[in-house]
Ligand binder design. Structure first.
Ligand SMILES: *Cc1c(COP(=O)(O)O)cnc(C)c1O
Length: 425
């Protein structure tokens, strides 16, 4: 592959044209393995950013894509509908909380978040109330587009760079009680204070349930989420849950909100929706919200992307839902969690490690120093694994089909990295 061209001309996520880092050429992928163009196999610990839950080159997903491409790859969704979209929305309505009855299909996670925020704004506009604020948590991540970025952690997403462009929203302290720890109800103090003070201006609370992903890989206590739901009801504020990372089994439940036995007013889904094959997202809401939005001045929900409801993506998503419906993911996620619970505490004894945590098929090793990306990436590739840390966070979210020997190899690669000072800054 022409890596020199890539280096000179192609932007990768969050990279510099001045000092580009090494990019590894992947030629094909199969099961839990990515194959470099020299034939070397890398066991994937990232599921391509939470997405490839069933692994790569999956026969059932492939078949769905082949079948659909011979029917119709894409058709506009304005005034037209098709079976793959109908089937997918039936699946999504059946598998999510009962009140969620209306689905908006969009093209990426960030757009699903934009859509959820617009729904909340239009909801209050229709009710004749002017509410323009959102309340969210520190350490959150909701995407890279402007509205999504405005509710993402202000320091992580460098709000200072976009001063004047980004609307100012409210950030409450993120909960400190970890998922497996004792619940400390003071975790809700700041959130409660901000909601009490500003509720008349707040259109919705938006947060990631149970696991805060790209903003810090934090796993918090379900009682926090229960408290948030209770307070939103008390103050009459909508609750948007962003399950783009956590949805479809990753935390050991089909959706992370199930850990807290609560239901959202609006739900954002993406990432694993197509099993990692194609970009597709969905925003679901209740009949109350949908009908209020559409009963307002606009008379409709004001959004409609070109590739909305792409049939090819919907067909693959349906195939992914069929695999999930078999239920094997539950035992698989549980087995991965048990292996993390056994192995990660052993890594915690290393002087470079400040914390380890896990939930479902997510394992995190937090280090005292930020990683040296170039060196640690080279180490991982040398060890035959694909792990992409950020900052002080080395984390795993492998495909659900990963076997114990795959997980062990991933953990071992992190363990050996800890003994290489050059892997850290
Ligand atoms: C990845 C992610 C997004 C953004 O999704 P994109 O498809 O990258 O736009 C939003 N919210 C959460 C929680 C995510 O993990």
């Amino acid at each position: 592959m022409d890596l020199a061209f890539d280096r000179r001309h192609i932007w990768h996520p969050y990279t510099s044209t001045l000092t580009p880092l090494t990019c590894y050429p992947i030629e094909r992928a199969e099961g839990v393995c990515l194959y470099l163009d020299d034939g070397r196999a890398l066991i994937d610990g990232m599921s391509s950013w939470w997405a490839a839950i069933h692994g790569y080159n999956h026969p059932h997903l492939n078949q769905a894509a082949h079948q659909q491409i011979d029917q119709v790859a894409h058709v506009m969704f304005g005034g037209i509908t098709h079976q793959p979209a109908i089937d997918l929305c039936k699946h999504l309505i059946a598998m999510t909380a009962e009140p969620l009855q209306h689905v908006f299909l969009a093209d990426s996670g960030s757009v699903a978040v934009e859509v959820s925020l617009k729904m909340a704004l239009q909801y209050w506009h229709a009710k004749g109330e002017s509410r323009s604020q959102f309340l969210t948590l520190r350490d959150g991540y909701h995407g890279d587009t402007f509205a999504a970025m405005s509710v993402t952690d202000p320091d992580n997403s460098m709000h200072s760079l976009y001063k004047g462009f980004l609307p100012q929203h409210l950030f409450a302290d993120s909960p400190k009680s970890g998922f497996w720890q004792e619940w400390d109800e003071r975790d809700l103090d700041d959130f409660t204070a901000k909601l009490t003070l500003h509720h008349q201006d707040i259109a919705a609370v938006i947060l990631e349930p149970i696991v805060q992903g790209a903003g810090g890989m934090r796993m918090y206590h379900p009682a926090f989420l229960q408290g948030v739901r209770r307070l939103c009801d008390e103050f009459g504020v909508l609750l948007i849950l962003d399950e783009i990372a956590t949805g479809f089994g990753r935390t050991g439940k089909l959706f992370a909100y199930e850990h807290a036995h609560i239901e959202p007013d609006i739900l954002c889904l993406g990432k694993a929706l197509t099993g990692g094959y194609m970009t597709l997202s969905a925003t679901l809401t209740t009949s109350h919200v949908a009908n209020t939005v559409c009963g307002g001045e606009a008379g409709c929900f004001m959004h409609g992307p070109t590739f909305m409801g792409n049939p090819l993506a919907c067909a693959v998503a349906n195939a992914s839902m069929e695999i999930l419906a078999k239920g094997e993911w539950q035992d698989q996620a549980q087995a991965i969690e048990a292996q993390f619970a056994k192995r990660l505490p052993q890594l915690a004894e290393h002087p470079y490690v400040t914390d380890v945590r896990w939930l479902g098929a997510i394992g995190v090793v937090e280090t005292a120093h930020p990683v040296n990306m170039e060196n640690i990436q080279a180490h991982f590739v040398e060890q035959g694994v694909w792990i992409r840390p950020f900052g002080k966070l080395i984390y795993l979210m492998p495909p659900f089909i990963s076997q114990p020997e795959h997980i062990e190899k991933l953990v071992k690669a992190i363990e050996t990295a800890l003994n290489k000072p050059e892997c850290f800054q």
